[in-house]
Structure formats: C-alpha cells, structure tokens
Design a protein around this ligand. Structure first.
Ligand SMILES: Nc1ncnc2c1ncn2[C@@H]1O[C@H](COP(=O)(O)OP(=O)(O)O)[C@@H](O)[C@H]1O
Ligand SMILES: [Mg+2]
Length: 169
C-alpha cells in the first residue's frame, strides 16, 4: 500500500478487534528480533471502527518503530494500551528507547523525515507519514511525545462512529 493508493481507495469500515491485530503484529515483528529482550505490556484494547487492513498497518509501523528504537536497551519495554471515550477510542504505544527531541516532533510525520542517524537505525522515513495518513482518513488524529534517551509515546484517536451508526466516506 503506497501513498497515492491510500488516497484513492475507499475505506472498508467494520468493527475491528484491535487485540487481534496487535497480537498478529507483535508476533510477526518478533520473528526478526529473536536476539532481543523485550518486555511487552499489552492491555485489553477496545474495538475500533475502521478498515482492518489499514489499521493493521498503523499498528505494524508503530510497533516496528518501538522495537527498532529500543534496540540499544538491554531490556526494552514496550507498552500498548487503549481507552474507550465517549466520542473516540484512543490507543497508545510507548517505549523506553532512544526517544527524540520534542523540538522536532512536528517533523516525525513528514515523508522521509528522520531524526536518528541513518547509520544507527535503518529506515526510509515513510512509516509515520503513512500512519498519519491512515489515521486521518479515519477522521482521527495522532500525536507523538518523546524525550531524548528516555523513550517515545505515540497516541492515536479514532472516532467511535459505530455507536452512532454514522457513515463517513
Ligand atoms: N519509537 C520511536 N522512538 C524514537 N524515535 C522514533 C520512534 N518512532 C519514530 N521515530 C522517529 O521518527 C522518524 C520517522 O519514523 P518512520 O516514518 O517510521 O521512519 P523510519 O522508521 O523509516 O525511520 C524516525 O526516523 C525516528 O527518528
Ligand atoms: Mg518506521
């Protein structure tokens, strides 16, 4: 799935079991990092209403980043949680990795924008841009907080349209 496709394709919105998506993504990401010690804390997540294929991509990119940017840690800690609000569901991925300077937090979601040195961490800098695009196509929002050498946290919110039975294009 690339950017231009994402702009054109209609969303296939249904109730989505976020626990299932996260379990699948964690399993697939862990296949490549057998030599790491990662302590996962995964809470029970509320269902979302959205496109499961695209939401899986959101989880994949956020979790892949959490795993990647905790690589220097002897024990990486990654927590995933979610909360049901009245109007929206919020989901969070936090890690104790290298973090980033909040001064540049606006850049993280830009295409090809990377804050770490390419020699230290491989990547292309499109993962978060895609995440933001997907979340916004769901009429949601995403924010990032971080502190250098102390970790990062990504929170995205999706409207709980299911309950109102409202259809959004
Ligand atoms: N969990 C994280 N901890 C620290 N920095 C992060 C994290 N996730 C993303 N970033 C920063 O945001 C940039 C953009 O992320 P992304 O678009 O996924 O690109 P990539 O992972 O290919 O570098 C990264 O290069 C990195 O600087
Ligand atoms: Mg990435």
């Amino acid at each position: 799935m690339n950017f231009s496709q994402l702009g054109r394709t209609a969303l296939n919105r249904k109730p989505v079991d976020m626990n299932k998506l996260v379990a699948e993504v964690v399993k697939s990401v862990m296949i490549n990092v057998e030599d790491r010690t990662i302590e996962w804390s995964i809470d029970r997540l509320p269902d979302a209403f959205g496109d499961a294929t695209l939401l899986r991509q959101v989880w994949f990119n956020l979790i892949e980043n959490a795993v990647k940017y905790t690589r220097p840690r002897d024990v990486a800690r990654i927590s995933i949680s979610g909360e049901e609000g009245g109007e929206q569901m919020t989901y969070r991925v936090s890690d104790n990795g290298v973090g980033f300077d909040m001064t540049y937090s606006g850049k993280l979601f830009g295409v090809f924008q990377r804050l770490q040195r390419a020699e230290d961490f491989e990547g292309t800098g499109i993962g978060l841009a895609l995440v933001r695009r997907i979340v916004e196509r769901h009429n949601g929002s995403i924010t990032a907080t971080g502190e250098v050498d102390r970790g990062a946290s990504f929170v995205f919110a999706l409207p709980s349209d299911m309950k109102k039975g409202r259809a959004i294009a």
